[in-house]
Design a binder for this molecule. Structure first.
Ligand code: PLP
Length: 340
C-alpha cells in the first residue's frame, strides 16, 4: 500500500482512465488541418459554448494557446500588460516576445487594485512608448496558490481595459476550478474577456490539449497562427475524444477542492507547519518553523513515496487531482506527521 506513489506535484500528472482510453480508441477522426475531424469539431463547439464564445480552437498545450492568443491580439512592437507572477510571464519561455515581438509589461500585484494599476500602466501615445494593446489575466492564479479572481473584478477590469483600448485575454488554464469553487458557470468569468484559454490536461484529466475560445473572426486568425507555430495536428480526434470526456469531469473538481481542504486541516494541526487555506486544488505549506527547508521536506516525503514540489525559498506546493483519493490524503497527513 505504502509503495504506491502519491504524486502531488501537479494536476498535470493525472492519467487517462480506462474509459478515456476506450473513447480515444473509438473516436471518429479525419484531417483536422482540413477542418475534417468530426471529434475535434465537436470538442471545439462544446468548449466554445461552455465559456460562452462563438468559436474555439484545439491546441496541443496551454502554452501554445496563450502564445496563439497573444499573436492574434497584437502586432510586433505592441506592449502586453500582465501580472509579474503570471504563467505567461514566468513559465512560457518568453515565447510572446520571441515569436510575437511584443514587449511584456509585468505588473506587481495586478490582482489587487487592478483598475488603478492598469490606468497607470497604459501611457498616453508617445514615440518613446510601445503602445499597450492587450491585458492578460490568470484565473485561478497558479503562483498565488490557486486563488480566484471574482467575476465582479473581471467585469470592472474588462470595462476599463476596453475604455483604454486594450483587449483582454484570460489564461484560464484552471478556469473550471474557479467555477467549481464558486459553484457558478464558467461564463460568469469568461463573459468579461475577449479570449480565454483553458487546459484539458490538468485537473480535467486528458492526456494533452487545450482550447482557445473567442469570436469567430479571432479564432480564424488563431487558426493561421496555430499553423505558423506548427500546432496544426491531423487525426487529433484521438486526443479530442479524451478532451470531450475531460469536459464532463469538470463536475468533479469540487471533490479535489474538498480533499485539498482536508489535507490543509490535517497538516495545519501538525507542529511547526503553517498552511494557507486552499480555495481550489493548490495547497501551499510554509515549512520554515519545522526546521526543514522545502527541499529537505520534499526529500523526506519522497522517501515515503509522496511527491511534492518546493515552491520558492520557504514553501512546498501540493496539488490535489483526480488520482488522489481520500485514503491518499490520510496517508500524506500520516507521513508528514512522522516527518515533523
Ligand atoms: C499549466 C498552465 C499553462 C500552460 O499549460 P501547458 O499545457 O502546460 O503548456 C498556462 N497557464 C497556467 C496558469 C498554467 O497553470
Amino acid at each position: 500500500m505504502n509503495n504506491i506513489i502519491i504524486d502531488l506535484r501537479s494536476d498535470t500528472v493525472t492519467l487517462p482512465t480506462a474509459e478515456m482510453r476506450k473513447k480515444m480508441a473509438g473516436a471518429a477522426v479525419g484531417d483536422d488541418v482540413f477542418g475534417e475531424d468530426p471529434t475535434v469539431n465537436r470538442l471545439e463547439q462544446e468548449g466554445a459554448a461552455l465559456v460562452g464564445k462563438e468559436a474555439a480552437i484545439f491546441l496541443p498545450s496551454g502554452t501554445m494557446g496563450n502564445l496563439v492568443a497573444v499573436l492574434s491580439h497584437t502586432s510586433r512592437g505592441d506592449a502586453v500588460l500582465l501580472d509579474k507572477e503570471s504563467h505567461i510571464f514566468c513559465y512560457e519561455a518568453g515565447g510572446s516576445s520571441l515569436a510575437g515581438g511584443v514587449q511584456l509589461w509585468p505588473m506587481r500585484g495586478l490582482h489587487h487594485g487592478a483598475v488603478l494599476k492598469i490606468k497607470e500602466a497604459v501611457r498616453p501615445p508617445n514615440i518613446h512608448f510601445a503602445p499597450a494593446r492587450l491585458l492578460c489575466l490568470e484565473n485561478t492564479h497558479n503562483r498565488q496558490g490557486g486563488t480566484i479572481m471574482l467575476p465582479q473584478e473581471h467585469e470592472k477590469i474588462y470595462h476599463i481595459s476596453h475604455e483604454l483600448g486594450l483587449s483582454v485575454h484570460l489564461d484560464g488554464a484552471r478556469i473550471f476550478n474557479a467555477a467549481a469553487a464558486l459553484n457558478c458557470p464558467a461564463t460568469d468569468f469568461t463573459s468579461w474577456c475577449d479570449s480565454v484559454m483553458f487546459c484539458l490536461s490538468k485537473g480535467l484529466g486528458a492526456p494533452a490539449g487545450s482550447l482557445l475560445a473567442g469570436s469567430a473572426s479571432f479564432i480564424e486568425k488563431a487558426r493561421r497562427n496555430r499553423k505558423l507555430l506548427g500546432g496544426g495536428m491531423r487525426q487529433s480526434g484521438i486526443l479530442a475524444a479524451a478532451g470531450l470526456l475531460a469536459l464532463e469531469h469538470r463536475h468533479s473538481l469540487s471533490e479535489d477542492h474538498r480533499r485539498a481542504r482536508e489535507l490543509a486541516r490535517g497538516l495545519s494541526a501538525l507542529a511547526g507547519l503553517a498552511v494557507d487555506q486552499p480555495l481550489t486544488n493548490i495547497l501551499i505549506l510554509h515549512t520554515s518553523k519545522t526546521g526543514l527547508n522545502p527541499g529537505e521536506f520534499c526529500d523526506l516525503l519522497a522517501e515515503r513515496n509522496i511527491k511534492a514540489f518546493p515552491f520558492g525559498e520557504a514553501c512546498v506546493r501540493m496539488v490535489t487531482h483526480r488520482d488522489i483519493d481520500d485514503s491518499a490524503v490520510e496517508r500524506v497527513i500520516h507521513a508528514v506527521k512522522k516527518i515533523v
